[in-house]
Design a protein around this ligand. Structure first.
Ligand code: FES
Ligand code: FES
Length: 177
């Protein structure tokens, strides 16, 4: 057993005692009742279970929760799909994040199983580009590199990639001449 404490979506969680072999996705689902992170392949291939880890240096990274035990996240700050939209004091969603909005506007997903992973990965990408803008002619390559490991069984990826491209082009500071 180990005792873990972490921050999820800016909320302190724990200390909680868990078994050492519990994967993070199981911890989210079974201990915290946070089911927005989806379990796809369970072996690290589809990336549906991706969450965001915020590093001390201000950078963020995507991490798969089906192949990483909960102890890896001890003391970390993470973000899950439940933390992207803005809520009012009653817990009602009042504003989606720009990434969520662009996926909806572009009809990017159908069943939505892969969507939380795409939202988290794209959010990490946008945050990276804020620090390191790219040239417009690099957009497709950068999107493919960032999202290429995410599997979607429904939509054929075109509308996801189109949405991300639109978001990058319409957000000030993500591209440079
Ligand atoms: S469920 Fe984690 S990579 Fe597929
Ligand atoms: S929308 Fe169904 S798996 Fe991607």
């Amino acid at each position: 057993m180990s005792t873990i404490a972490l921050s999820i979506n800016n909320k302190a969680i724990g200390p909680i005692e868990t078994s050492d072999d519990v994967m993070m996705i199981e911890f989210l689902h079974e201990h915290l009742n946070m089911t927005g992170t989806k379990f796809g392949c369970g072996v690290g291939v589809c990336h549906a279970c991706t969450v965001i880890v915020d590093n001390e240096d201000g950078t963020s990274e995507s991490v798969r929760t089906c192949i990483n035990g909960v102890s890896r996240f001890n003391g970390k700050k993470i973000r899950t799909i439940e933390g992207h939209a803005k809520e009012n004091e009653f817990g009602e969603i009042i504003k989606l994040s720009p990434v969520q909005e662009t996926f909806i506007e572009n009809f990017s997903f159908q069943c939505g199983w892969c969507t939380s992973g795409f939202v988290n990965e794209t959010t990490v990408l946008v945050e990276k580009l804020k620090l390191m803008p790219i040239r417009v002619n690099e957009i497709e390559t950068v999107i493919e590199k960032a999202l290429g490991d995410h599997v979607c069984r429904c939509t054929g990826y075109v509308k996801y990639y189109k949405a991300v491209k639109e978001l990058i082009l319409s957000t000030e500071g993500l591209t440079r001449p």
